[in-house]
Design a protein around this ligand. Structure first.
Ligand SMILES: *Cc1c(COP(=O)(O)O)cnc(C)c1O
Length: 468
């Protein structure tokens, strides 16, 4: 018996001169193309290649490798999780108006910190301060990187080496390691917890006030609800108490909405205006949660306090860049026309999609999905419940519809996980949710049907059947 001869692969140079080699050079440059071809040849050599490999195939392998390396690390995905403001998927989608504003700002120098009329130095926050004042009734406002920064800046400015009084029921931890006690410590403030987990009374705050007190703070319990035998102090009462002692009262709203959501049949969430009217001296909130804008932290409230924040050197470290300022300005302007907000602001548009529309969408997509995954899986249209996400309205769900994929017969326990992984491996990854042995696609955040079906074409046809 003859041992098969090992085939000598062609040289790097010959592959570079082949059509695919030339294509690789044209697309990615000579250095990268040479490296990729060398890598492919070395791999074949190491594998003891017995079959001759065509020049065409070598070039194709090199092109595949180059293409994969070039693919952006952060790339679009299809959010089928049912969570609209999904922190891990980038929270709010920007309105077209905001996207255009960002692009324009990227392409040219701008008057970011320049007063065109006078030709003198300007101030970056001035581009949105007026809008925030107009929309919220606040005396003044200041912008930072995100709401965690806003809280840090407020505490560091007003409670450094002093005590910040907070209810035990509000010592929140938000995903991604935002823990109120840790932020306090880093801000140099001493946390003075009052009350108990479920009940805090006005006298608990009153008794804690002393010469060391820097401020009183209320924190929105964004991602949980304390239910049952509970008591919390109305912000208005806290504000009154703070005023009696000449202390600032800070209300960390977290999500921070500028408009009464009950207008669209959603549950009303306390707005920034409500918090200010309720007596908060400063209100802190995020740009990319319910507001539907870019990541940002906004502090609105009393002019003298905002002036103190502006003087803190941390403000410089936490400032917003010109791109996000542009996106925020354009987003805030949409709020001037509430009648069209639900069409123009993607976050609100997704919140307000009706279950009837989503059911119809599920019915349209069902046959196509069933066809793709084959007979080893059942594909059902289902009613489900979407979540707002990002710690806004934690118990509020939105009636929704979607598709559930289950193994048709007996299947290995890992079959559904493998199916979910196959859907994540398509060019625009489809991210669903596994519950009760089913892969669920909530369709609330799917606006581009064609994008969905195009991914099904890319799902390896043998994959689903092989998995069941
Ligand atoms: C989300 C949230 C924060 C943090 O806001 P980011 O913009 O994510 O930094 C702080 N406080 C509360 C109450 C929140 O809900």
């Amino acid at each position: 018996m003859n041992k098969p001869e090992l085939v000598r692969p062609p040289s790097v140079d010959t592959v570079l001169r082949s059509p695919n080699g030339e294509l690789a050079i044209a697309r990615y440059g000579r250095t990268a193309a040479t490296d990729a071809i060398r890598h492919v040849i070395e791999r074949l050599r190491a594998g003891g290649q017995a079959e001759p490999t065509s020049m065409e195939r070598l070039g194709r392998l090199a092109l595949d490798r180059l293409e994969e390396r070039e693919r952006p690390s952060q790339r679009p995905v299809i959010n089928l999780t049912g969570t609209v403001l999904h922190t891990n998927l980038g929270r709010a989608l920007l309105a077209e108006e905001a996207i255009e504003a960002v692009v324009a700002t990227m392409r040219a120098p701008t008057n970011l910190e320049y007063e065109i009329e006078t030709g003198s130095r300007g101030e970056r926050d001035a581009h949105v301060r007026g809008l925030i004042k107009e929309l919220t009734g606040a005396e003044d406002a200041i912008l930072v990187n995100n709401n965690a920064s806003a809280v840090l800046l407020v505490l560091n400015t007003l409670a450094r080496d002093r005590e910040a009084i907070v209810s035990r029921g509000e010592l929140i931890e938000i995903g991604g390691a935002f823990r109120m006690p840790d932020i306090m410590a880093r801000a140099g403030a001493t946390l003075r917890e009052v009350g108990t987990t479920n009940r805090t009374h006005l006298k608990d705050y009153a008794e804690a006030i002393g010469p060391e007190t820097g401020l009183l703070m209320k924190v929105h319990t964004s991602n949980y609800v304390v239910q049952g035998f509970t008591a919390e102090v109305e912000p208005a009462e806290l504000a009154k108490l703070a005023r009696q002692h000449n202390l600032p009262f800070v209300d960390d709203l977290g999500s921070g909405t500028l408009i009464d959501l009950s207008r669209w049949g959603l549950r009303k969430e306390k707005t920034v205006q409500d918090a200010l009217k309720g007596g908060a001296d400063l209100v802190t909130f995020s740009g990319d949660k319910l507001l539907g804008g870019p990541q940002a932290g906004i502090v609105a409230g009393r002019k003298d306090l905002i002036a103190k924040l502006a003087k803190n050197p941390l403000k410089r470290a936490l400032r917003l860049d010109k791109l996000r300022l542009a996106a925020l300005e354009a987003t805030l302007k949409l709020y001037r026309d509430p009648d069209r907000l639900a069409q123009r602001l993607p976050t609100l548009r997704l919140f307000t999609r009706t279950v009837d529309d989503l059911r119809a969408l599920a019915k349209r997509l069902q046959p196509r999905l069933a066809d793709t995954v084959g007979t080893s899986w059942t594909v059902e249209t289902i009613d489900c419940a979407s979540q707002i996400g990002s710690g806004a309205l934690p118990l509020e769900t939105l009636p929704s519809a979607g598709l559930a994929l289950r193994p048709a017969g007996k299947a290995a326990g890992s079959a559904v996980e493998k199916l979910a992984a196959a859907f994540r491996a398509v060019p625009v990854p489809m991210i669903g949710r596994i519950t009760q042995g089913a892969l669920m696609f909530d369709l609330r955040c799917l606006e581009d049907e064609a994008l969905f079906t195009a991914q099904l074409d890319a799902l390896k046809p043998e994959t689903p059947d092989a998995l069941a």
